[in-house]
Design a protein around this ligand. Structure first.
Ligand code: FNR
Length: 184
């Protein structure tokens, strides 16, 4: 059966480079894997008072139901002030509750950070990994996916240039091996 990989993009802006990275990764998935982009920009901020019958925001329910069906998860995160954007932290929190019903547990993960700067979102990448340890998401370790100065890696057509796409492919290939080992 086809394995569904949830794609979560932390930048909400229309022309996001992280979104472009995610769209490129989608094209690199092998047969037997498919991407499902999970909407996170519309999720109300997590509030425990709302997480009770009759009060749960519809957007949380839609997100949780969609995320329940994924077999693995890819995060594409920009770095905001040396950490992850609030959108991703909120999605992690919404997906982690109600207590005992987390949608993240044991789903093989991949963290890709992308930035305009040369440090390539290192801070965001590792802050995200910190939460994923607690959420019991095993994350691919190598190759690490830091995409720095990404504005220089696209051609005039707006697409990532070939050496960069080849690097993306090595990440996807390593993830598939990792995924298959964990789920065998
Ligand atoms: C940034 N940016 C940024 N870049 C970086 O390398 N380290 C950082 O800590 C920050 N901090 C930061 C905070 C906020 C609030 C914004 C809006 C931006 C710049 C960031 O790399 C740039 O805007 C990217 O283009 C964001 O990724 P998308 O939107 O193109 O996917």
């Amino acid at each position: 059966m086809t394995k569904k990989i949830g794609f979560i993009v932390g930048s909400l802006r229309k022309d996001s480079y992280n979104k472009k990275i995610a769209e490129t990764f989608e094209t690199l998935l092998p047969d037997g894997f498919e991407a499902e982009f999970l909407e996170i920009g519309n999720l109300p901020l997590y509030n425990e008072d709302l997480d009770v019958e009759g009060k749960v925001p519809e957007e949380w329910t839609t997100f949780r139901e969609a995320a329940k069906t994924i077999d693995g998860v890819f995060f594409f995160t920009p770095e905001y002030n040396r950490s992850i954007p609030a959108s991703i932290k909120n999605a992690l929190d919404v997906g982690s509750r109600p207590y005992g019903a987390s949608i993240w547990t044991q789903k093989p993960g991949l963290v890709v950070s992308g930035s305009m700067g040369p440090i390539a979102g290192f801070g965001a990448n590792h802050h995200l990994r910190q939460s994923l340890v607690f959420l019991d998401v095993p994350v691919l370790q190598q190759p690490e996916a830091y995409i720095g100065t990404f504005q220089n890696l696209v051609g005039e057509d707006g697409k990532f240039v070939e050496p960069t796409v080849e690097f993306f492919q090595t990440i996807v290939d390593a993830y598939v091996v990792f995924f298959n080992k964990l789920t065998a």
